[in-house]
Design a binder for this molecule. Structure first.
Ligand code: SF4
Ligand code: SF4
Length: 430
């Protein structure tokens, strides 16, 4: 591997262009397998609510699957402190810091798996017999992270309760060219997603639910054939960021709680099996991957193990963790899969068109989740009217990168918008 392999880019945040044509089918139609952990698990002791996570396990300790590895000293919310459970049984070999592209610098427990260490026993719950608080506690104890926004599910529910929200939307919108992990979760675990919706609705004290599914020509999947009885299924078409379009179309006031389908599956398991969230369904794809597929990966498994399992057939130049629209390249193949890893994309080349001047196609305006007149800003920017360009709402740009992704002229639109945002900030402080 050459030095290119270790470039630290985020595809779209740097204006790199990837053709948005879909590549989901090969991975979606492949059977769902589990990736075996080869050598060691690298479990980040990360506090999703912020604050410091204190290790409970020490180097050399035996740790059972589901046992406590670390916890915060302060309460994360009214449900108590947050904690990290071990996703595997084995021995803690080392405690050290790692740099993770999705969560930054964090303490990590390096665990050597050992199947002779039995997992901790778990307790299942009966949803009907539980109070709202009991359900919330079970979700909190399971440490569930939503794969679409990397937020803790308990906190999302508590915030929604405070705002009086009674609508939940299960999000299965894989609006990224190579990713199909949400669709695969719905097709393989539809019942659990459905049960997860019941769990979240119980925590909210009732309400109604929708399922937003990506409707892709490439993939034959009729969500109606699953038992989504009480759930209204919405099929969404179009390009990134589809979640914003769904929100604008169905909840323009933002009065709903969006929850990723993997988080819902975990919520169902937290109740029915009493187990924490310890694995994710990950799409492994890209032009270097021999057998594109979706796989179940135990958290802490290094990317290296995942790539060996699926096979890499060309020289990889970009290994991207996360989805291909907002993911980050990894600099170390020991980087572990964590909750919220929806995809690993391994690319040899990124299709980049020759740059031309803005063609006034308006695609950047269509895609912008903030509703900014991006094209107007670019038009003035190209004429050198920087201050005027910044006046088109640049301060509201969220930096999502959608405009760069869709620009057929290959312009680094998001980068320009970021610069205009800075100009606006300077103007404001003067
Ligand atoms: S202008 Fe900003 S918010 Fe709008 S699509 Fe571009 S990067 Fe995203
Ligand atoms: S997408 Fe690109 S070419 Fe089209 S209007 Fe926006 S900046 Fe111009």
């Amino acid at each position: 591997m050459d030095n290119d392999f270790f470039q630290h880019i985020s595809l779209f945040h740097t204006g790199k262009y990837v053709n948005l044509e879909q590549h989901k089918e090969p991975a979606f139609s492949a059977p769902l397998n589990s990736v075996p952990l080869r050598d060691k698990a690298y479990v980040p002791l990360w506090a999703p609510y912020g604050g410091h996570m204190y290790p409970v396990a020490r180097e050399g300790d035996r740790c059972a699957r589901f046992s406590l590895l670390a916890r915060t000293k302060v309460h994360a919310n009214r449900m108590g402190p947050s904690w990290v459970m071990s996703p595997v049984s084995g021995y803690v070999e080392e405690l050290r810091t790692i740099d993770h592209p999705l969560i930054g610098r964090t303490f990590c427990a390096v665990i050597r798996p050992n199947s002779k260490v039995p997992p901790l026993p778990t307790t299942s719950h009966q949803l009907n017999a539980m109070t709202e608080d009991g359900v919330l506690r079970a979700i909190h104890q399971a440490g569930i992270i939503d794969e679409f926004d990397h937020s803790a599910l308990t906190q999302k529910i508590l915030d929604a309760k405070e705002r009086g929200i009674r609508e939940v939307a299960a999000i299965a919108l894989d609006d990224s060219p190579y990713v199909s992990s949400a669709l695969k979760t719905v097709s393989e675990f539809g019942m659990e997603v459905n049960d997860g919706l019941s769990v979240v609705l119980k925590a909210l004290d009732g309400g109604s639910a929708k399922l937003a599914v990506y409707d892709c020509d490439e993939i034959e999947m009729n969500a109606q054939r699953f038992n989504f009885g009480f759930v209204e299924v919405i099929e969404m078409r179009g390009g990134f960021p589809l979640i914003s379009k769904f929100k604008h179309q169905y909840y323009p006031k933002g009065d709903f709680l969006p929850v990723g389908v993997q988080a819902l599956r975990s919520a169902a398991q937290a109740l029915s099996l009493g187990i924490p969230q310890t694995n994710s369904i990950v799409t492994v794809s890209g032009d270097c991957v021999k057998r594109p597929c979706n796989v179940i990966v135990v958290h802490g498994t290094p990317i290296d193990d995942v790539l060996r399992f699926v096979g890499v057939n060309r020289h990889p130049r970009y290994v991207i963790m996360g989805d291909t629209m907002t993911g980050k390249t990894v600099t170390d193949l020991k980087t572990p899969v964590i909750a919220g890893t929806r995809a690993i994309t391994v690319m040899n080349s990124l299709a980049k068109p020759d740059k031309t001047a803005c063609t006034r196609c308006g695609k950047c305006v269509e895609v912008c989740p903030m509703g900014l007149p991006v094209y107007e800003a670019i038009r003035l920017y190209e004429r050198g009217q920087i201050k005027e360009a910044a006046g088109f709402g640049a301060e509201q740009c969220s930096g999502c990168g959608g405009c760069s992704a869709v620009c057929p002229a290959g312009l680094e639109v998001a980068h320009i918008m970021r610069n205009l945002k800075r100009v606006k900030k300077i103007q404001h402080t003067k």
